[in-house]
Design a protein around this ligand. Structure first.
Ligand SMILES: *Cc1c(COP(=O)(O)O)cnc(C)c1O
Length: 394
């Protein structure tokens, strides 16, 4: 048997295209595919999942990205989606039916939480138990006879807490419960939920996988039968197809994913260490720090860390907090993360509009919490920027 190729090689090469020797594959920007005769289209319909018939189903450019992401994650198959939320809602709809019970970490991605609580619960009578998720016993105790899904996100991009994927997967498998893991933070390079036993791995490709802040997309990766079922049902029937051009941009992004992640990780660690040493900062949440509270679990299930972290300013005075944020020059204010550019976002900005102060506190987040995405700029410049902005807090 041939030795499996390493990620860098898989991502840098496009094989089997063979179109005029083009080093970059073309974009298959077509809605339909034609066939030479009756038998040819007849055969294509017999093997719909592997045939190009109509771009709401399969498209060659989209398929190239799916194959690379599946190989990277160690999964059998992948389905690309037009957004991370598209992937999340399809995955959940695959796992649940009306009247089921699901378990999720309480700090799951906000819109995914809304989909469960404000949509599936009232419309389809889905009941939900939220757990903090640091102990496997929390999941064990929450299981009911009608539990059909456990939803994980580790590290969570809100509070950076981890769940023990191996133990939770063993528990869920024994009870026939599907597990979904949002793996966006770690990327398929630094954490392999499928190899650990999780059923469905999900990514927002709008973050590190895209990496250039010019694509919104998502992906689900898992066993062939699960992905095929999602492809023909939730993907094709809900009908939000991935645009070939977005897929082509992702092919471009994937070529540099390993090298970008090395830099994000290196700069991330340096910025986290810098922040942790500042007297005006109460705490830094970053799984790559040696004194991170779940460090041994991080080392057990991750092989690298990235550039997204949060820290808490010691002050709760909104004017001082705003002065700090407004003084930053290189860290731009904005949502999302994982691109080439450094960003800062204060969860208080959106949470204060949606939640009561009590609900806000219950999430374990405070006014002075800042989430930063460390980009690809020179790390010395980024450190300087944070230093001068901290000086604005009296
Ligand atoms: C951004 C994000 C999503 C949603 O992805 P979109 O591509 O924006 O729909 C899901 N999970 C996490 C952790 C994210 O950061």
């Amino acid at each position: 048997m041939k030795k499996p190729k390493k990620p860098e090689t898989i991502l840098a090469h496009d094989e089997g295209i063979g179109y005029a020797g083009a080093v970059v594959p073309p974009i298959f920007q077509n809605s339909l595919f034609t066939f030479k005769d009756w038998d040819a289209i007849d055969e294509a319909f017999d093997d719909r999942l592997n045939s190009f018939i109509y771009t709401r189903g399969k498209n060659p450019t989209v398929k190239m990205v799916e194959e690379k992401l599946a190989a990277l994650a160690g999964g059998e198959k992948a389905q690309l989606f037009p957004s991370g939320m598209g992937a999340i809602s399809a995955a959940i709809l695959h796992c649940v039916k009306a009247g089921d019970h699901v378990i999720s970490i309480k700090n799951m991605y906000g819109p995914a939480n809304n989909f469960l609580v404000s949509y599936l619960k009232p419309k389809f009578d889905i009941s939900i138990t939220f757990v903090e998720g640091k102990e496997v016993s929390e999941f064990e105790e929450a299981i009911q006879p009608n539990t059909s899904m456990i939803y994980l996100e580790t590290p969570s991009s809100a509070v950076f807490s981890l769940q023990d994927l191996r133990k939770i997967a063993v528990l869920a498998r024994a009870k026939g419960i599907m597990t979904i893991c949002d793996n966006t933070w770690a990327t398929p390079l630094y954490q392999k939920p499928l190899e650990i036993g999780v059923d469905l791995e999900m990514h927002s490709c709008s973050k590190y996988i895209g990496g250039h802040s010019d694509v919104v997309a998502g992906v689900l990766i898992g066993k062939e039968d699960v992905i095929d079922s999602i492809s023909v049902r939730e993907y094709e029937w809900l009908g939000a197809k991935t645009a070939p051009f977005e897929a082509w941009l992702l092919l471009r992004s994937l070529r540099s994913l390993p090298i970008r992640m090395e830099r994000h990780q290196q700069s991330g660690l340096r910025i986290a260490s810098f922040l942790a040493a500042q007297p005006k900062i109460a705490k830094v949440r970053y799984p790559g720090l040696p004194d991170f509270d779940q460090r041994s679990l991080a080392e057990e299930q991750m092989t690298g860390y990235t550039g997204l972290m949060s820290f808490q300013l010691k002050t709760d005075d909104l004017d001082r907090i705003k002065a700090f944020v407004n003084a930053l020059r290189l860290f731009k204010i904005g949502v999302s993360w994982g691109g080439h550019e450094s960003l800062i976002y204060a969860p208080a900005i959106s949470y204060l509009k949606e939640l009561s102060p009590e609900q806000f506190d219950a999430l374990g987040i405070s006014l002075g919490d800042m989430r930063i995405s460390v980009g690809l700029e020179h790390v010395g410049d980024l450190e300087e920027d944070l230093k001068q902005a901290l000086e604005q807090i009296e």
